[in-house]
Write a protein that binds this ligand. Structure first.
Ligand SMILES: Cc1cc2nc3c(=O)[nH]c(=O)nc-3n(C[C@H](O)[C@H](O)[C@H](O)COP(=O)(O)OP(=O)(O)OC[C@H]3O[C@@H](n4cnc5c(N)ncnc54)[C@H](O)[C@@H]3O)c2cc1C
Length: 441
């Protein structure tokens, strides 16, 4: 059985790795010039670093196992992370429970309720009870209106834009439950995982293994259409450097975002119930303004922004997790934002984005000067974050499609956890097993 995989991000590579090691013939096509998808990297000061910030939590056991299997176990560092909340020009450290007590933006009772709610979600695992429940409703009821408005409302709003009030409580549970599981104890500091030399290293080793097992990996190859005969996959068309090619295969696994999937499959899929499910799920853009500075901006790794007018949600200072000497003395800061599908900011160039962000960067550090900037980039992803609303569980898209031999695996199908490499790899392995069982059916 010949399996073609569309997309060389973590999901596609994990599926390819699993299938070639089971003895299947695999050809993977990636539209970009580099493998890795959202985990792709650029070089800063001679070292690789992800275009979007990346770290692991202790609960990310599938990727941790894979990294160990690939021989990189000793290079996976677990580092204490410094987190804080920025509100009205003030930075409130948020490392442990004591810091919560110092968060004077809300009353002492509200702080205690915030802490108890987080502790409940950390230990409670009956997430199915939260299906059909809006996170906004649950949080307001549990911690009160003031604490909701000061902490969680801005976060939901910044990630999900106009849809924030409808976000599912299961999503919120996953976010808090798995995040707090990254602490060794309730009073311990959070530890985050990072691979020495960037996550590119395990992606390279996975790719090498696929190649050594006889698999084919083709970059700069854009799949244009899935070919069928009698509702059965027979092959696909793709372009490299503007030249069109055609290849036959028995099974296709697409790992592209749903809107790209819809462009390459036959109309019969889009007109089916399956097509309706695909249409019912929306994505927010993910974006980062990526600055390379000659000095630190703050001494915090993860700074959450809560002011309503802030154009970014979080400031992630990579070089407060990994020493700047790794990047030739450069300091790397990501200004992360999520945006509605029609947000015009997502079409701006890096200089325009920087102009918009600059006064707000000064709110964090009033000394900030544009002369500190050695390099700047603006990276975006249209399918950065699926909108997991409170009825999401009723519309989960199955991996198997109405066309025989056609499968889909992308981040809309990660549930109840929030998107992450760990779950993309788990999904890649699971869909590979499904293909092994059901094949061309
Ligand atoms: C801002 C941001 C921060 C994140 N932070 C973390 C983190 O801290 N920790 C963590 O573990 N995870 C994090 N993630 C999530 C993690 O990166 C994703 O879960 C994972 O990379 C998704 O992999 P994927 O293969 O499903 O999708 P993608 O990476 O999107 O891969 C899909 C691939 O398909 C290709 N493609 C599309 N169309 C075609 C076509 N027609 N033909 C051929 N190829 C095509 C694309 O070029 C792309 O490479 C973050 C993601 C974002 C956006």
């Amino acid at each position: 059985m010949k399996v073609a995989i569309i997309g060389g991000g973590v999901t596609g590579l994990a599926a390819a790795y699993h299938l070639v090691n089971k003895g299947y013939e695999v050809a993977l096509h990636e539209a970009g010039s580099q493998l890795g998808g959202q985990v792709r990297t650029i070089k800063i000061g001679g070292s690789d670093v992800e275009i979007f910030y990346h770290h692991l939590f202790r609960s990310d056991v599938v990727i941790t196992d894979l990294i160990a299997k690939l021989g990189l176990e000793s290079d996976l560092q677990w580092l204490p992370s410094v987190g804080a909340i920025h509100s009205e020009g003030k930075i409130y450290p948020f490392v442990g429970p004591i810091d919560l007590l110092r968060f004077t933006k809300v009353s002492l009772i509200a702080r205690v309720r915030l802490g108890l709610a987080a502790m409940w979600l950390r230990y409670y695992s009956g997430w199915r009870k939260y299906e059909g429940v809006r996170a906004s409703t649950w949080i307001k009821k549990t911690v009160g209106e003031a604490a909701y408005s000061a902490v969680w409302r801005p976060l939901l709003k910044s990630k999900f834009g106009s849809r924030f009030q409808d976000v599912s409580m299961t999503w919120f549970w996953g976010k808090v439950h798995l995040r707090f599981a990254s602490r060794d104890g309730i009073f311990a500091k959070e530890k985050l995982g990072y691979l020495t030399g960037s996550f590119r290293r395990y992606i390279d080793l996975m790719s090498e293994n696929i190649h050594n097992q006889g698999g084919t990996l083709i970059t700069s190859s854009k799949v244009k259409s899935v070919l069928t005969d009698n509702e059965q996959v027979t092959g696909f068309k793709y372009t490299i450097d503007g030249e069109e090619y055609e290849e036959s295969c028995d099974v296709i696994l697409a790992t592209t975002p749903s809107h790209i999937f819809k462009e390459i499959v036959p109309e019969s899929v889009n007109n089916s119930k399956y097509g309706e499910l695909l249409d019912s799920i929306e994505y927010q853009w993910a974006s980062v303004l990526f600055l390379v500075l000659d000095r630190p901006l703050t001494d915090i790794y993860w700074l959450t922004m809560t002011d309503d007018d802030m154009p970014f949600v979080a400031v992630v200072e990579q070089t407060n997790l990994i020493d700047s000497s790794v990047y030739g003395g450069n300091h790397i800061v990501y200004f992360s934002n999520y945006a509605d599908p029609d947000d015009a900011m997502m079409r701006l160039g890096v200089d325009d984005i920087f102009d918009v962000y600059e006064p707000y960067i000064k709110r964090i550090n009033p000394d900030f000067d544009r002369a500190w900037v050695r390099e700047k980039h603006f990276f975006t992803d249209r399918a950065g974050q699926p909108v997991v609303d409170y009825l999401y569980h009723e519309r989960l898209v199955p991996h198997q499609t109405p066309l025989k031999g056609l499968y889909l695996a992308n981040n809309t199908q990660i549930y109840p956890e929030d998107r992450g490499q760990n779950y993309s790899i788990r999904m890649g392995f699971r869909v590979a097993d499904l293909i092994a069982i059901n094949g061309t059916e």
